[in-house]
Design a protein around this ligand. Structure first.
Ligand code: ARE
Ligand code: CA
Length: 479
């Protein structure tokens, strides 16, 4: 389904890339619930092949060897504890599921739960799968051939046959185990490489969400499918998948990067969404960057913004969250130079927990974009303006824009020149704290504030040399 199954007053999934379950549980309790985040996307949770060349890259987790819940993030007991604790504070859990394939095809592999596989002969005894459960060996050589995309190996990964009843049973069992533990939905890895009718058959057999975790009876899991599709002329498009659930809108990621890198003008953002060729908002799953394209894997190339361009990244994220288009996800990274490098780990290759600094930021190699004030406060903005539309669109005709979200929020952006003028904010009279330059703490705003008069007008100051080119006020943060 297309609804993320979050509490009413929440939105936005944060991808806590490669985090350990115990750290995720703590983060739900100490931070995410208080900032209004609706959910967490985990890295794949089932056993993966251990890759040693290069040493323990992040991408080893995309090579399943069994459906045992044991990875470097933790085991099944820790998983169960995490889901229960996050659900208890209204933060939902979404799992990155790999249904398309198992490990790469090579020699003998061992996994993070101690399983063994003969990957050349496609023998995975811990499931068990044999060569009969896979599609005949072939490589994807023609990316315009829909048959090859589904039936051949993506990046030399042993390609499961989802048309096979036995395979379907194994996949359904795996998903039902996750649902039993209380998850709210799934990110479907490499959905483009599976036939939509096979996916439908599998998801039709998956249980409703677990009512013991606070889901209403008959609630179906949220599904968002990874389909990279830039043009309607491609062999496979989002339309093939939108009947089952949401679909990743990669054009959103690359276009928002182009715009806030200054390669396009803010004035054109008035038609953001289908006006830019994107899929319908109701089907779209959107983000500024993901775990692939932030490091040059996947798609989007040089236009993608990441934490490394912090000012532009915060502006792009603020625009995504201020705009009603799509269902949103925030990336939370570990710092990297090497695009293959795995998460911060000790000498035994155990993942190191993020340290938490007094100013809410992280240490030990974790970037924690989701803890940046400008980002978590815009998650709060999106909660406050839920259900409203864009009104009073304003622009200087070039690199400055501003708009209202109903009579609940107002936001202004500049990436060229300063703004200093009276604007219609659409808000009730009062003084509001700009959640970009500061926080509202004990009734005081640590940043700029805006006084709105009884006709909704406020004097907006946003200088081009400020730390962030955004100002955002909403009804939830009034002095
Ligand atoms: C690794 C090695 C490979 C090796 C393989 C098997 O890098 O050299 O052959 O192992 O031994 C991730 C990494 C891969 C990694 C893989 C398995 O990115 O490098 O391979 O894990 O460990 C296409 C797919 C899309 C996919 C992207 C990466 O359509 O589904 O490629 N994205 C997902 C995940 C990835 C993950 C996988 C799938 C595999 O998000 O993290 O791979 O589980 C155009 C096309 C797109 C295409 C894109 C890039 O835009 O339209 O369809 O995306 O180019 O090729
Ligand atoms: Ca396939």
């Amino acid at each position: 389904q297309w609804d993320p199954n979050m509490p009413e007053d929440r939105n936005t999934i944060v991808h806590l890339f490669e985090w350990k379950f115990s750290d995720v549980a703590a983060e739900c309790e100490r931070f995410l619930q208080h900032k209004g985040y609706g959910g967490v996307q985990l890295s794949p949770v089932n056993e993966n092949a251990i890759v040693t060349d290069p040493w323990r890259p992040w991408w080893e987790r995309y090579q399943p060897i069994s459906y045992i819940l044991q990875t470097r993030s933790g085991n099944e007991a820790e998983f169960a504890d995490m889901v229960a604790r996050c659900n208890a504070v209204g933060v939902r859990i979404y799992i990155d599921i790999i249904l398309n394939h198992m490990t790469g095809r090579g020699g003998i592999a061992t996994g993070t739960a101690g399983s063994w596989a003969d990957t050349y002969n496609r023998d995975y005894p811990s499931v068990p799968y044999t060569y009969l459960d896979f599609n005949p060996v072939c490589d994807i050589t023609d990316w315009n051939d829909p048959w090859q995309l589904r039936q051949c190996m993506l990046a030399n990964l042993n390609d499961l046959n989802q048309g096979n009843e036995y395979v379907r049973d194994r996949l359904v069992d795996f998903l039902n185990t996750l649902i039993h533990h209380g998850v709210a939905g799934f990110r479907v890895d490499a959905a483009k490489h599976m036939w939509p009718e096979d996916m439908r058959a599998i998801f039709n057999r998956v249980n409703d969400l677990n009512v013991n975790h606070g889901f209403a009876p008959n609630t179906r899991p949220f599904v968002y499918q990874e389909v990279i599709n830039f043009s309607d002329n491609e062999a496979v498009t989002w339309r093939d998948y939108s009947g089952l659930g949401r679909v990743t809108e990669f054009r959103h990621s690359s276009e928002i990067g182009r715009v806030f890198r200054g390669h396009d003008r803010l004035v054109w953002l008035d038609s953001w969404g289908t006006g830019w060729g994107f899929m319908d908002s109701n089907y779209a799953f959107v983000f500024v960057d993901n775990h692939d394209n932030q490091r040059g894997h996947g798609a989007g190339g040089d236009s993608i913004l990441t934490y490394k361009q912090s000012k532009q990244y915060k502006m792009a994220t603020a625009f995504m969250l201020a705009h009603p288009y799509g269902s949103t996800r925030i990336m939370s990274s570990f710092a990297f130079d090497d695009s293959e490098a795995g998460p911060p780990a000790d000498s035994n290759s155990n993942i190191i927990s993020p340290g938490i600094n007094a100013d809410d930021t992280c240490s030990n190699g974790w970037v924690c974009e989701h803890r940046w004030r400008q980002i978590y406060n815009m998650v709060g903005f999106r909660n406050a303006v839920k259900g409203t539309t864009i009104q009073n669109w304003w622009t200087n005709g070039d690199q400055q824009i501003a708009f209202c979200r109903g009579n609940r929020g107002f936001v202004a952006f500049t990436q060229g020149g300063s703004i200093s003028q009276t604007m219609q904010t659409c808000l009730p009279a009062g003084t509001y704290c700009d959640v970009i330059s500061g926080n509202l703490i004990n009734g005081d705003c640590t940043g700029k504030s805006v006084t709105v008069d009884s006709s909704g007008n406020g004097y907006i100051v946003l200088n081009q040399n400020e730390e962030d080119g955004v100002l955002a006020i909403h009804v939830g943060k009034q002095l």
